[in-house]
Structure formats: structure tokens, C-alpha cells
Design a protein around this ligand. Structure first.
Ligand code: MLT
Length: 411
């Protein structure tokens, strides 16, 4: 008889976003006349940039001709894409990388999950709370945790609370940890980390031979000068950090799928015998075996993001979303709702009115205002009493949603 991976049975609920989708669908079916405004999952709504579309088409045309046809590409991506990323996304930050350190993939969600393949199960993991649920769920799935307690904390995982009380700056863990997940600009709280704050983590990781898994999926939303876009802007980071980036939010690729992971050649971790092994070599091996690369037209489209035209166009789209974020933040703040984030990020993290529990507020907002958001507690126990709104919607929808919230809860 076949046996299941019973770690899956430890997972507390369905994955957050499908669960929200299910509740919304149920509501919509029962209330067909309600005009729903969806500010829940951080899914983009603006079309791809024209320069990206043109390159995408050209990539498909290449596949249509014998002389420019491409079959399997390199598992870690075409060198021309890695090189343009290094040149345009990292060099301006003062970060030097080699093409062999850049791994093109189908998105950072998959990579932040798959990276666990190259680490031993006995590593002690530290995770911010609240957090992007993929980090925690994937560790539970592979068996790195025990059961969850009544508050939702899994045994064996170190949680780093991130709340208004500590200004969304998680403190270093008390016990020694081996792998630390950091995400900045942060999902879900929309807050950012300064150079000094990141330096504290890098120093900790170097001193303890820990690895930082740094999710920079939202770096393109940083507008404030001086806020780091990459962990490698921090001295010492190449010796302790893997960085994940995504074209999803940067260039509207949530449905197209393309991301990248940087594994510096000098980054290593030890065997149980104490020998230091390059993680780049292991990740390369893992990808070569389990992944066949991103399609050629998608990589063509991704490279076009960095053309002068492409960059101008995607910057305008990000500005559009940041304008939405400002409308939400300012509109709700004026209504007496406490808001965080939304300045260098597409997410606004708010304190629920009347100290409602997150899911209660979700239900009220849905049933009374027909607005969909994401309950903070879905991101972890410390998210209880908070709520996330995404700025990825249409500007007129965003204005209408803010109006509905103000009419219902404004003081
Ligand atoms: C979110 O809403 O947190 C994101 O869209 C989820 C994701 O990027 O997978």
C-alpha cells in the first residue's frame, strides 16, 4: 500500500489565497448583483508593457522559423538574459555578479519552495510572523516542523514577530538558527528595511554560518532613496545570502511566469562531516535535474523589461500601482484607520477597525462593502487583528473601495 507524506496533514488550512477565492466565489454565487472589488491576492491587472509584448511576439516568431527555432534551452536560463539582469538590475546598485550565479526560473514562489531541496532537514528555520505563507507551508510539507499549536505556531520553527509594537522590525532570534527567511519590501506588511537593519541580519548570518533566503520580489516598488533593493548591497551578504527576484510584480508576469534566483559562488554550507560545499553547485545540480528552463519567448519578453523603452513603460505601471497604494493609505488614514506600508510597496497593512479579528473583518468587508482583502491572520498568528489590501487593482475600483470603507467605518 502506498503511504502519503503525512506532513501535509499538519497543514492547518487550505493555502490562503485559494481559501479566500473559495469564500468569495460562494458569496458571489449567493449575491450575483454585488459589484465585487478585489484587493486580496497581489495579482496584477495592468497589461504587459508594449516593448515586452513586442519581444514576446518576436520570440514566438523565432520559434516559427527553422533557422531561428529553439528547443530545450539551458536549465538555468539563456546567458543573454542573465547578462542583461546583471548589467541593468545589479550593476547600478554596485553589485557585481557572474552569469553562473543567476538562475532564471518560472517564478520566485517556486524557487523559495524548491530551494529547500538543497538543505538538510535538521536545519533550524527562522520565519517572520506574519509571513508569505509559502515559506512556512513548504517547510511543514517537507517535515521540518511538528504539529501546530492552538495559536497556529508550528513546533520546531522559530518565529520572529513583526508587529506595530516593534515597528515591524523583527528582533534577532534568541536561539541559534541556520536558515532565515527575509522579505523586503515586506509581504504582507508593506514595510521596508534600511541598510543598517539588513546589516544586522547579515552580520548575524556570517557569525553563525546561517543562510539568509532573501525574497526581493517587490524591490521595484522602492522609491525612497537609500533603501536597499538587493541584499548584496550589504557588505558580507554574498557569503550568507540567496536572493529571489520576480518579474511578476515588476513587469506584470504573474500569468507569464519568470523569476530568478541568485546563488553567489562563494556561498557555502557544510556537510555533516564539516566540509564546506558551494550552494551554487548544488542548486545548479538540482535545477538541471528537476527543471527544464523557462520558455524562450518568455525569456525574450523578460529581457525586454530592461530595454530603455521597456523600463520606462514598466516604471509607469509601477507608479500607477503606487498611486493606488497612496489613495488607499491616505483615504483610510483620513477615515481613522491605522495603516502601514504602501509607500515603497503595493501592500497596505491596516489595523482592523473596532479591533475585529482578521477573518471577521474579511467577512464584514465582503458582505457589507463587497470588497475583498486578505485577513492578516492568514499570514501568521501575529497578523491577527490586521488586514492586507493590495494596490494592484484598477484606480477607479480602488477609489470606490476606499469610499465604501470610509462610508462604513469612517469617523
Ligand atoms: C500575494 O498576494 O501575497 C502574492 O500575490 C502571492 C504570490 O505572489 O504568490
Amino acid at each position: 500500500m502506498a503511504h502519503i507524506n503525512d506532513n501535509y496533514l499538519k497543514l492547518q488550512a487550505g493555502y490562503l489565497f485559494p481559501e479566500i477565492g473559495r469564500r468569495v466565489q460562494q458569496f458571489a454565487a449567493a449575491n450575483p448583483d454585488a459589484r465585487l472589488i478585489r484587493l486580496g491576492i497581489g495579482d496584477v491587472t495592468r497589461p504587459l508593457a508594449p516593448a515586452v509584448v513586442e519581444a514576446f511576439h518576436a520570440g514566438i516568431d523565432d520559434l516559427a522559423r527553422r533557422e531561428s527555432f529553439h528547443g530545450y534551452g539551458p536549465e538555468h536560463g539563456y546567458q543573454w538574459l542573465s547578462e542583461v539582469i546583471i548589467e541593468k538590475a545589479y550593476k547600478p546598485l554596485g553589485v557585481e555578479l557572474k552569469a553562473a550565479e543567476v538562475f532564471i526560473s518560472d517564478g520566485s514562489k517556486c524557487d523559495t519552495a524548491n530551494i529547500l531541496d538543497i538543505f538538510a532537514l535538521d536545519n533550524k528555520i527562522a520565519i517572520c510572523d506574519p509571513v508569505y505563507p509559502v515559506y512556512i507551508d513548504t517547510n511543514v510539507m517537507i517535515g521540518r516542523s511538528g504539529e501546530a499549536d492552538s495559536r497556529g505556531y508550528y513546533e520546531g520553527i522559530t518565529y520572529l514577530p513583526m508587529t506595530a509594537e516593534n515597528n515591524f522590525t523583527p528582533a534577532l532570534p534568541v536561539e541559534k538558527v541556520d536558515i532565515i527567511y527575509l522579505c523586503y519590501p515586506n509581504n504582507p506588511t508593506g514595510t521596508v528595511a534600511t541598510r543598517e537593519q539588513l546589516q544586522v541580519w547579515v552580520d548575524y548570518a556570517v557569525a553563525n554560518e546561517s543562510i539568509i533566503l532573501f525574497d526581493a520580489a517587490y524591490e521595484a516598488f522602492i522609491r525612497q532613496p537609500g533603501i536597499p533593493h538587493s541584499i548584496y548591497e550589504i557588505p558580507g551578504a554574498k557569503n550568507c545570502a540567496i536572493e529571489f527576484r520576480s518579474f511578476s510584480k515588476t513587469a506584470g508576469f504573474t500569468g507569464v511566469r519568470c523569476g530568478l534566483t541568485i546563488v553567489p559562488e562563494e556561498l557555502g554550507a557544510r556537510t555533516f562531516g564539516g566540509e564546506k560545499i558551494a550552494l551554487n553547485q548544488l542548486w545548479n545540480r538540482r535545477q538541471g535535474t528537476k527543471f527544464n528552463g523557462v520558455s524562450y519567448p518568455v525569456q525574450k519578453a523578460a529581457a525586454a523589461v530592461y530595454s530603455d523603452e521597456g523600463w520606462t513603460q514598466i516604471t509607469a505601471t509601477i507608479d500607477y500601482y503606487l498611486h493606488n497604494a497612496r489613495l488607499i493609505r491616505e483615504g483610510l488614514t483620513a477615515a481613522g484607520i491605522t495603516c502601514f506600508g504602501g509607500e515603497n510597496s503595493p501592500y497596505i497593512w491596516l489595523k482592523t477597525p473596532e479591533e475585529m479579528a482578521s477573518w471577521d473583518f474579511f467577512d464584514k468587508l465582503l458582505s457589507e462593502c463587497h470588497v475583498v482583502g486578505t485577513p492578516g491572520s492568514g499570514f501568521g498568528p501575529s497578523g491577527e487583528g490586521y488586514f492586507r489590501l493590495s494596490a494592484f487593482g484598477d484606480v477607479e475600483d480602488v477609489k470606490e473601495a476606499v469610499k465604501r470603507l470610509r462610508d462604513r467605518w469612517g469617523c
